[in-house]
Design a protein around this ligand. Structure first.
Ligand SMILES: O=C(O)[C@@H](CO)OP(=O)(O)O
Length: 206
């Protein structure tokens, strides 16, 4: 039985383009982001998969990405579950600030710590560890069961909510996940073993 899970980060958002901390704020995709999402859909279509269910966050950029992918793969009416458990990491007080302005104000190192440390949260926001504490149980209770039943599952979410998920899925250490960046609109296809561990991983790029 094929236990298949596809993770994809949303396409470029308006605030990615403007270099703003986004978190739980809700910008839509740019025209480039729309193209990235369509291309993700084309690459998935080439695999000739039929998805059983899709999951996304409560945020527009991920939902829009999912819609564009589902249109491309010819499954526009696929059952979709939206949940804020899959939302981007909450950036707290940094949300809406320009990343370069933040570096000028607090220094390169402090901003890097807020962006990529494992357990240090930005003021008023979530660390990657905090994000994992909501993403991982959601994965275990909601996403993993259909995967294990053999339904092919598509998840469209965010850079850091997916990094938190991938950390647990691939058994990465906090040091290893810090090095991992996810590109916008690049699907990652996992096949799982019967014991839920990763059997195979393919990154659908180019
Ligand atoms: O602004 C954000 O919410 C995230 C993702 O775009 O940014 P970062 O690269 O700092 O995790």
């Amino acid at each position: 039985m094929d236990r298949l899970l596809v993770l994809v980060r949303h396409g470029q958002s308006d605030w990615n383009l403007k270099n703003l901390f986004t978190g739980w704020r809700d910008p839509d995709l740019t025209p480039v982001g729309v193209e990235e999402a369509k291309n993700a859909g084309k690459r998935l279509k080439a695999l000739d998969l039929s998805f059983g269910i899709a999951f996304t966050s409560a945020l527009t950029r991920a939902q829009h990405t999912l819609k564009l992918i589902l249109d491309e793969v010819g499954q526009p009416d696929l059952q979709t579950i939206r949940d804020q458990a899959l939302n981007e990491r909450d950036y707290g007080d940094l949300s809406g600030l320009n990343k370069d302005d933040a570096r000028a104000k607090w220094g390169e190192e402090q901003v890097h710590i807020w962006r990529r440390s494992y357990d240090i949260a930005p003021p008023g926001g979530e660390s990657l560890k905090d994000t994992g504490a909501r993403v991982w149980p959601y994965y275990l209770f909601n996403i993993l069961p259909p995967v294990m039943r053999g339904e092919k599952v598509l998840v469209a979410a965010h850079g850091n909510s997916l990094r938190a998920l991938i950390m647990a899925l691939e058994g990465l250490t906090p040091e290893e996940i810090l090095q991992r960046e996810l590109e916008t609109g690049v699907p990652i296809v996992y096949r799982l073993n019967a014991d839920t561990t990763v059997a195979e991983k393919r990154v659908l790029k180019g």
